[in-house]
Design a protein around this ligand. Structure first.
Ligand SMILES: [Zn+2]
Ligand SMILES: [Zn+2]
Length: 122
């Protein structure tokens, strides 16, 4: 029998493709995604900042939702990650930012990772 053993460095082992993180200008490192925790109109919004520890962090700041799609309400979607175990575990997707009872049915996988082109106008 010829059973091929899975190779650890195979391309399939790289995990789900994530949206492209911006690079901070000062360090040219990929930024990290954070969520606003302060109470206010921006609570729950996601943004990118420098990935280095606070002491060495630069002032890079960018809202993450600027290129997120709009839901059926015309509001910026939130990006979430599939937590359920299964085929889609770890994949990111966009949903309506409103609360569960007001949420519309908008749903879109966030698969603008490396190698996948984002079509203009989409
Ligand atoms: Zn930086
Ligand atoms: Zn909506």
């Amino acid at each position: 029998m010829f059973i091929s053993t899975p190779q650890m460095n195979g391309t399939w082992a790289n995990g789900p493709s994530l949206p492209i993180n911006p690079y901070c200008v000062t360090h040219r490192r990929p930024c990290v995604l954070r969520v606003v925790r302060k109470e206010g109109e921006n609570k729950g919004r996601q943004f990118y900042v420098c990935s280095l520890p606070r002491e060495t962090q630069c002032e890079f700041f960018e809202w993450a939702d600027l290129h997120f799609p709009l839901c059926n309400h015309g509001k910026r979607c939130l990006m979430r990650t599939v937590l359920k175990l299964g085929l889609n575990n770890g994949r990111n997707f966009y949903v309506c930012p409103l609360g569960k009872d007001k949420q519309c049915e908008f749903f879109q996988w966030a698969e603008n990772g490396p190698g996948i082109k984002i079509l203009p106008g989409c």
